[in-house]
Ligand binder design. Structure first.
Ligand SMILES: Cc1cc2nc3c(=O)[nH]c(=O)nc-3n(C[C@H](O)[C@H](O)[C@H](O)COP(=O)(O)OP(=O)(O)OC[C@H]3O[C@@H](n4cnc5c(N)ncnc54)[C@H](O)[C@@H]3O)c2cc1C
Length: 498
């Protein structure tokens, strides 16, 4: 179809649509001027070009499942949900349009006895484009990492450079710009040291400058720059993912501990068994298990879920021996229906706790929901975070992917005077995290609740490098403004009402 034959795009401006798309799953509320859901790619290009020419801010939106306020914005909301085709799937490669649902692709892939290696819990309501843009990972991240590791190619639209396909030659001007930045950053000792020190740290924060430091091929650079870029460099339209065979055997263990300290202390030892999953639930999560009928000794105040998918019988036995006398007990969950039940409980844990504790005057607001530190720092780090909230007199729940040093921290914040308190708590939580060499987002990605703190995580020099990269792709800051390089107060647009 030639551009002239592209049907006129529909741009929605009615109040109910604008209200609906003024929210994602973060608690932010930012009313857009209009919303469009193109159903063919050429229509998307024309929309983006038209908005760009008029100086309209463009916020791309997949499933809207992020918790950072990254899929809301003034101007145009560009929904990708109608561009959701699964183009091709083989046992080791899948090619999809960026609006394809992770859950739909997972079902297709599983039918071939393969798996998408990264597995967000939000699989049913997030898109592959959103996954790339946030550098998503999931319950098996401890072994299989984030989406970045599994990207084979990307195609995107950037209004300055047009259609960019990592498998094809990129426009000269872009290649030249990327190579100039690469040369400059490679010669900058501070930037090189910063990214070297972060190797192995789970992070979806800032731009992935490792792409420029580690790769020479412009296509590869483009692929890895897109991970975690939260729609600020271009609109992804197609993604090609590497797949792996589903492991033939898996074993699941529930490890009960006397508290968070004991659980965090056990993590480095468990990692020696190369687990495919290593999840933490604190006393509140563990209590939810008890409420659901799981037998618990009274002293159980934390639990770990461990999955092994390599030689699980032998490794499982050794794991039990290793942890004997160090935790309350390690139990293998053998029955498939109990295994599903345990994973379901882990998945529903936050929702159950919210139902039990939230009321009109208290809310679990996501802002420190995705802190990550090097695993060997986990124990003192969690201790310090707990002390912070104890001092504040606030209930806090801590859970998540401890095998990667990534914890979801959710305090129950009183509505009264929340803005001032949130600002201060976010600052303190992030400050503690950075002091342990950590990142304010391990997997959920950048957004309005983190952008003002990015400079503290990376320092001024690297922040300036981020700006230069952004200027190359989007000099007028029209792509997803406010979510990456922004000093706008984190409470602006945030609302307590559900
Ligand atoms: C209950 C729950 C559980 C979750 N569990 C996990 C988890 O286990 N692991 C995890 O990593 N995250 C998790 N998340 C967070 C969220 O689901 C992920 O960040 C997900 O990758 C977002 O995908 P999405 O399609 O919903 O993107 P959106 O929320 O729509 O957008 C997120 C960002 O991506 C950008 N974006 C979306 N599509 C494109 C595109 N085509 N091109 C360019 N930019 C684009 C948007 O502009 C925005 O900046 C969870 C969220 C919830 C609510």
């Amino acid at each position: 179809m030639s551009p002239k034959e592209v049907p006129a795009f529909e741009v929605l401006k009615d109040e109910s649509t604008l209200i609906r798309f003024s929210r994602d799953m973060s608690g932010y509320q930012v009313k857009p001027t209009c919303v469009a859901m193109p159903s063919i790619e050429a229509e998307l290009y024309r929309l983006v070009e038209a908005a760009w020419r008029r100086g309209v801010v463009i916020t791309t939106r997949g499933g809207g499942s992020n918790q950072s306020g990254s899929a809301v914005g003034k101007g145009l909301i560009l929904g990708t949900r109608k561009l959701n085709a699964i183009i091709s799937v083989s046992r080791d490669l899948a090619r999809v349009q960026a609006g394809a649902w992770h859950g739909d692709l997972m079902r297709r892939v599983n039918e071939l006895n393969s798996m998408i290696p990264y597995d967000p819990s939000s699989s049913l309501f997030c898109t592959i484009g959103g996954n790339v843009a946030t550098n998503a990972t999931g319950l098996r991240g401890v072994k299989y990492g984030s989406v970045d590791r599994w990207l084979n190619s990307v195609r995107l639209f950037n209004p300055r450079f047009g259609i960019l396909d990592s498998r094809k030659e990129l426009p000269d001007e872009l290649t030249r710009g990327l190579m100039q930045l690469k040369d400059r950053f490679q010669e900058d000792g501070e930037i090189v040291a910063k990214f070297k020190a972060r190797k192995g740290l789970k992070s979806s924060s800032g731009y992935n400058l490792s792409a420029l430091l580690d790769y020479d091929d412009p296509g590869q650079i483009l692929i890895h720059l897109m991970s975690g870029s939260v729609g600020t460099l271009g609109v992804l339209t197609e993604v090609e993912l590497k797949l792996i065979p589903t492991p033939t055997e898996r074993a699941l263990f529930l490890i009960l501990c006397r508290g968070l300290k004991e659980a965090c202390h056990a993590v480095p030892d468990i990692l020696r068994f190369r687990p495919s999953s290593l999840e933490l639930m604190d006393s509140y999560g563990t209590a939810e298990l008890a409420k659901a009928g799981w037998k618990m000794p009274d002293e159980a105040r934390a639990s770990l879920i461990v999955e092994l998918d390599e030689d699980p019988v032998r490794m499982g036995k050794a794991l039990g021996e290793q942890l004997a006398n160090r935790v309350i007990k390690t139990t293998e969950i053998k029955r498939p229906e109990r295994q599903s039940e345990l994973w379901r409980m882990r998945g529903e844990m936050l929702l159950r706790i919210r139902r039990a504790y939230e009321d009109a005057r208290h809310r679990f607001i996501p802002f420190a929901d995705d802190l990550a530190v090097p695993v060997d720092q986990l124990e003192p780090f969690v201790d310090e975070i707990l002390r912070l909230f104890e001092k504040e007199g606030l209930m806090v729940i801590i859970y998540g992917h401890v095998g990667e040093g990534n914890v979801h921290v959710r305090p129950l914040v009183p509505v009264e005077g929340w803005q001032e308190r949130l600002r201060r708590l976010a600052k303190e939580c992030f400050h503690i995290t950075f002091s342990y060499g950590g990142s304010m987002t391990g997997e959920h990605g950048m957004g309005r609740n983190r952008a003002p703190f990015l400079i503290e995580e990376f320092g001024e020099r690297t922040y300036q490098a981020f700006r230069e990269l952004k200027d190359l792709f989007d000099p007028d800051d029209l792509l997803n403004r406010g979510t990456m390089l922004s000093a706008i107060d984190m409470t602006e647009g945030l609302s307590f009402e559900h």
